[in-house]
Ligand binder design. Structure first.
Ligand code: HEM
Length: 351
């Protein structure tokens, strides 16, 4: 705690400089030791930036008496410590995240008032977190698994989260089945394995009883779930969203990300070797690419369609186990995303 900590927002406070006679440790009236920051050395501060000389002795009612709750420095230090670990996500625990920007290249002004989709040329900061689904935070990067693709746009009008997967459909039609799906995907309850792979008995049991999953199963058993690099995956918002224009008119939209490097996968034999040689294969690949200035880029595309078109589809576009074929509603590229800055603090920024 030698530096000023950030406060609740992202604005950093400068460490407060105190001019004290000399650096060192002094004994105070009660006999307790106080640390003193001397010269240019930044003072020890609370999380709010308040300089303090002592975080080693709590306030007591008398030298041997009970500790007092009004000692906010003690309470802050213990609270901070108690929260140094957050529970692991039940899904998407293993991820790699990178900062970058989104640039709009074609305006959707006809369809929406959201400035992120109307101001051509505007560069909006983003943070993109690409994850596996089943494995824990320390699991291998390369199991056969769906990849999550979550983009947070820091727009002028507030943050916009576009959560996607590298497969355009989903397993289930009703969210109430999600806990059952994930319990089936996760390790078998009696043996604690497999840690990150979907193909095992409880999963097949679930799938055999859930016919709506069959479309997704065809996708997860394709090479898409063995990406060569996180820089080479496609991603999809999966759901239909609704855009509203200035006149209050509504248009449906599906979102797509298309990698500039093309969609590339490994074959199973390669995946097995890579997993053994380097458990962090995808995270390392992304880190190395960013460090070398090979910034990955994605096209951002939309499928736009009206209520009338939706009514004519021979399927329900609100059903997440269905996609809209590009022959029916072609993709229109409206922007690009470039990832160009690795986090300074992996835990704080990615987790
Ligand atoms: C059916 C209901 C669903 C439920 C109950 C559900 C639940 C969850 C939960 C609990 C998390 C972890 C959040 C956290 O602790 O930070 C999560 C993360 C995530 N989910 Fe879902 N999910 C569902 C459907 C979907 C769908 C359809 C998609 C794809 C569009 C999706 C993509 C993701 C992604 C990408 C993440 C990781 C987000 C990140 O990196 O910050 N999920 N989900």
């Amino acid at each position: 705690m030698s530096k000023a900590k950030t406060t609740g927002n992202s604005e950093k406070r400068k460490p407060e400089k105190v001019s004290t006679p000399a650096r060192g440790t002094h004994r105070a009236a009660g006999g307790e030791l106080h640390q003193v920051a001397g010269g240019e050395h930044p003072a020890l501060t609370t999380n709010q930036g308040l300089a303090l000389s002592d975080n080693q002795n709590s306030l007591r009612s008398n030298p041997r008496g009970p500790t007092l709750l009004e000692d906010f420095i003690l309470r802050e230090k213990i609270t901070h410590f108690d929260h140094e670990r957050i529970p692991e996500r039940i899904v998407h625990a293993r991820a790699t995240g990178v900062h970058g920007f989104f640039e709009l290249t074609a305006s959707l002004k006809k369809y929406t008032t959201a400035r992120i989709l109307t101001e051509v040329g505007e560069k909006t900061p983003v943070f993109t977190r690409i994850s596996t689904v089943a494995g824990g935070a320390g699991s291998v990067d390369t199991p056969r698994d769906v990849r999550g693709f979550a983009v947070k746009f820091y727009t002028k009008e507030g943050n916009w989260d576009l959560v996607g997967n590298n497969i355009p459909v989903f397993f289930i039609q009703d969210a109430i089945k999600f806990p059952d799906l994930i319990h089936a995907v996760k390790m078998e309850p009696d043996r604690g394995f497999p840690q990150s792979a979907t193909a095992h008995d409880t999963f097949w049991d679930f799938i055999s009883l859930t016919p709506e999953s069959m479309h997704m199963v065809m996708w997860i058993m394709s090479d898409r779930t063995l990406p060569r690099s996180l820089r080479m995956i496609e991603a999809f918002g999966v759901h239909s969203f609704r855009l509203i224009n200035a006149a209050g008119e509504s248009t449906f939209v599906k979102f797509h990300w298309r990698p500039k490097l093309g969609l590339q996968s490994t074959i199973w034999d390669e995946t097995v070797k890579i997993s053994g040689a380097d458990q962090d294969f995808h995270r390392r690949d992304m880190f190395d690419a960013i460090a070398a200035g090979n910034f990955p880029e994605w096209e951002f595309a939309v499928q736009l369609f009206t209520q009338e078109q939706a009514d004519s589809f021979p399927f329900d576009h609100l059903d997440a186990t269905k996609l809209i074929p590009e022959e029916m509603v072609p993709l229109k590229v409206i922007g690009r995303m470039v990832l160009d800055r690795w986090p300074n603090n992996f835990f704080a920024e990615t987790e």
